[in-house]
Ligand binder design. Structure first.
Ligand SMILES: [Fe+2]
Length: 262
């Protein structure tokens, strides 16, 4: 971000907030209350959560304007680089008794002109059946439900994981207290996270949501976008179970990604 850009944006923010303070007759005590809230959110370990739940998705949308490829989504606070590289057939690392129904996530990756992108790296992470993330929340093995896999020669991929639930963002800290005052819930709808990387193309950060799932229309982070919501198909017939060598119902979800040239 150039100094010139910073000057332009900050001066406009300053003008906007001065008008806002005058409009709402914000007192000094109220102003100090707001700055204390920001500081306490950071010192409570919430990092930028307080601002992200309101603004991160909107800023992400700016990068999607005029985009002729798959929309990017917010990264969220739980990405950790360095997830293990998996070997095909791809199954994300999980505990022997991992909760949640089996889920097969598949699709293909192309360039914006439809060319198949073989060997695209897909850096995947998601919540477990309790809505918790490994490497973040205690009591979960490192890299559980995280892993990197690649597309095949035709740009296709498939990975076996578990169906994640909706989960609540931290609600007992400063951000949660503010959301409570606003009368909002704390849930994000169920989703998968993935970053896609291929040389010659821009890295894409995506989130995949499921049609009809709880909180899909009231995400606390307001980050659900039509282009990121796909059908979730339940599979439970004898032939479907036999095809996957499973004795229990499972789910399939498909999403095709298009990457922008670098
Ligand atoms: Fe998430």
């Amino acid at each position: 971000m150039s100094d010139e850009r910073i000057k332009t944006v900050v001066e406009d923010l300053e003008r906007t907030l001065l008008v806002f303070i005058r409009k709402h007759q914000i007192t000094h005590d109220e102003y100090r209350h707001a700055t204390d809230l920001l500081v306490s959110s950071i010192t409570a370990g919430e990092d930028s959560l307080l601002l992200d739940v309101f603004f991160a998705a909107e800023a992400t949308d700016i990068g999607n304007l005029g985009r002729k490829a798959s929309p990017q989504a917010i990264e969220g606070p739980f990405y950790v680089p360095g997830a293990p590289a998996l070997e095909p057939p791809y199954i994300v690392p999980q505990r022997p008794n991992e909760g949640g129904d089996p889920l097969y996530f598949s699709g293909c990756v192309t360039g914006a002109d439809g060319e198949a992108l073989a060997c695209t790296e897909m850096d995947f992470w998601q919540a477990d059946a309790d809505g918790l993330y490994s490497n973040i929340h205690p009591g979960i093995p490192d890299w559980n439900l995280r892993g990197r896999f690649r597309t095949d020669a035709q740009g296709r991929f498939e990975v076996k994981t578990i169906l994640p639930p909706p989960y609540e963002i931290p609600k007992n800290g400063p951000a949660g207290r503010l959301l409570s005052v606003l009368g909002r819930h704390f849930f994000r709808p169920a989703h998968l996270h993935v970053k896609l990387r291929h040389s010659g193309y821009k890295e894409l950060t995506s989130q995949i949501y499921f049609q009809g799932s709880d909180y899909i229309d009231s995400d606390v982070a307001n980050a659900v976008r039509d282009g990121l919501v796909v059908p979730l198909r339940r599979k439970d017939s004898a032939s479907e179970l036999a095809a996957r060598h499973l004795q229990r119902a499972y789910w399939e979800v498909r999403y095709d990604f298009a990457l922008m040239p670098d």
